[in-house]
Design a protein around this ligand. Structure first.
Ligand SMILES: NC(=O)c1ccc[n+]([C@@H]2O[C@H](COP(=O)([O-])OP(=O)(O)OC[C@H]3O[C@@H](n4cnc5c(N)ncnc54)[C@H](OP(=O)(O)O)[C@@H]3O)[C@@H](O)[C@H]2O)c1
Length: 273
């Protein structure tokens, strides 16, 4: 990552799970801590200690920052936006990761050039995937800055259509929870198949970690090929996959789950973007 040399000053508003992960990643990549302000009334002890250790200023800066990163819960926006508006100029790059808050909604509250982004929790392991869309007023230099800041926690997919964000929220934004639930279900199935709970839990967790590692190690191999490679005809995996791929199987369940998440994202943002 660039060291923040091109970024004169940055204000992070909300340093919880996501904001904290971003802050940690920026510092890990050499961003100049002296250019960062963090605004969060109740910092988690770990982030407070990080800010203290790195000399990061707490509270709002005296002058508008060149970049403002919004990482509070969406329901807090009504309270924070009036405080942030005086700190935002037209040429301030505003990066919002708030679920359900459209560029239009944000632009009505803050005068800056807005990038709307949807990261996921894997950001905390710098293995996230973030979808981002820039409003018309974002310059190419600002887009590049946003890319540098967001890619500190993983890959970034730039979109030209904000309308895709609700579906992306349903796939990758909420997705890590689906995989955690899969681990829970696999462990419970192991118990039902006769394993001690502790062992089943360790096996399920390690299996998902290992499958993820294989995906990372072999990006050129499709997931269908990886699955086929471990599925001998007439074998045990094939017996399980015949159940999973049945009519009311995993594909339908996941499709319905993603559709439900997308509907909820649309409700939260007041309709399709
Ligand atoms: N977590 C995810 O997987 C995920 C994925 C995609 C997008 N997002 C988006 O990321 C945003 C942050 O989510 P999160 O999971 O990181 O939430 P979080 O852990 O609750 O972080 C939000 C932080 O903002 C702080 N805060 C509350 N009121 C504030 C105020 N008035 N001014 C400044 N800071 C304030 C909170 O402090 P308190 O704890 O004291 O309230 C907390 O530290 C959300 O908008 C969410 O939609 C999250």
């Amino acid at each position: 990552m660039a060291t923040g040399g091109e970024i004169a000053s940055l204000l992070l508003v909300g340093a919880g799970k996501m904001g904290g992960a971003l802050l940690q990643a920026w510092l890990d990549r050499g961003f100049d801590a002296a250019r960062i302000h963090v605004l969060d009334p109740q910092l988690a002890p770990r982030i407070a200690a990080l800010c203290l250790a790195r000399g990061i200023a707490l509270g709002a800066p005296a002058t508008p920052p060149s970049v403002l990163v919004l990482a509070v819960k969406p329901q807090v926006l009504d309270d924070v936006a009036p405080l942030l508006a005086p700190l935002t100029r037209q040429d301030t790059l505003v990066i919002s990761i708030l679920a359900g808050k459209t560029i239009r909604n944000l632009a009505q509250r803050l005068p800056g050039a807005i990038v709307r982004a949807m990261p996921n929790l894997a950001a905390a392991a710098a293995s996230g995937i973030t979808a981002a869309v820039a409003s018309a007023s974002v310059t190419s230099a600002q887009k590049q800055t946003a890319d540098v800041l967001l890619s500190a926690v993983g890959r970034v997919e730039w979109l030209s259509d904000e309308g895709l964000i609700d579906a992306i929220t349903a796939v990758s934004g909420s997705g890590p929870a689906y995989v955690f639930y899969l681990a829970e279900c696999l462990a419970a199935a192991g118990v039902a198949a006769g394993l001690p709970r502790d062992l089943a839990t360790r096996l399920a967790r390690a299996t998902i970690e290992g499958a993820g590692a294989l995906l990372v190690r072999q990006p050129e191999v499709s997931v269908a090929e990886l699955r086929a490679a471990v599925t001998s005809p007439g074998g045990t995996t094939a017996a399980a996959l015949a159940v999973l791929s049945g009519e009311a199987g995993l594909e339908k369940l996941i499709r319905d789950a993603v559709a439900a998440a997308k509907r909820r994202a649309q409700e939260l943002s007041g309709g399709p973007a």
